[in-house]
Design a protein around this ligand. Sequence first.
Ligand code: FE2
Length: 285
Amino acid sequence: MDDQSKEMKKDVNVIGGFSSGLLVSCVKIMTMLLVSALISYFLLDGYGTLAVSVGFSVLSSLFLVPMFISYEKKVTAQGQRIVTLQHHMIRTIADVIEERDASTGGHIARTADLVEMLLVGMSKMPKYSFLTPANIEKIKNAAPLHDVGKIKIPDNVLNKPGKLTVVEYEVMKKHSEFGADLIMRSIKNVEDKKYFSIAYNIALFHHERYDGKGYPTGISGDQIPLEARVMALADVYDALVSPRVYKEPFSKSKAIEIIREGKGTQFDPELTEIFINCISNRADM
Ligand SMILES: [Fe+2]
């Protein structure tokens, strides 16, 4: 398992961890009260004190446990509302950017669905068991930011009705670094640090290639964060089956053939196989 996967595994279900913390506190308090009851029994005047102390312990527990559970529910609901709001805002930013890019209508929503499809397929393998529904949702929610850096690409390059020149292509390639920089500056203070790190990795590394011939850094293999290797497959597949100013959409079978040709060179070989298996079984994609 690569470092990225280990880090993600560590981060599973923060809210669940918080919940266990409260329950542990309840148990500690109840234990403390029962111990004090027993001490009273041995050191003071026997059964009378014990009965009073045990009674007090039980009544306190009856009061404390519902109080902690109610508090826990409120905190969890509030946290969930903040996360939902953040996701809506981020999705809106991504939609605004897509509006600027005349050639990619619906690309953001479709690639997020493809990312989810691939992650669900991966999660069935023991080595990817850390891809819980919560982790899959986190990556799916970060996927819409993969091209956020295009906001800094000039219109004459972004919306050029034809193939880019070498110089224009170099300008376009800057969108991955621009995107990572924007994410670093705009959402680094969000509560969910793991979400920030996934969004950053996707924006910066989604054009890296498995053989190291991608951009912007030229890292290769498992050095490329897992979420970026997943995004690369979704991004390219959707571009292949969608119309562009310079090409007609490829058929699904042709797109799968092109993806297969990139196995081990452009794409992670194992993820390529899982992607092809999943997409072949989907009539809607
Ligand atoms: Fe991109």
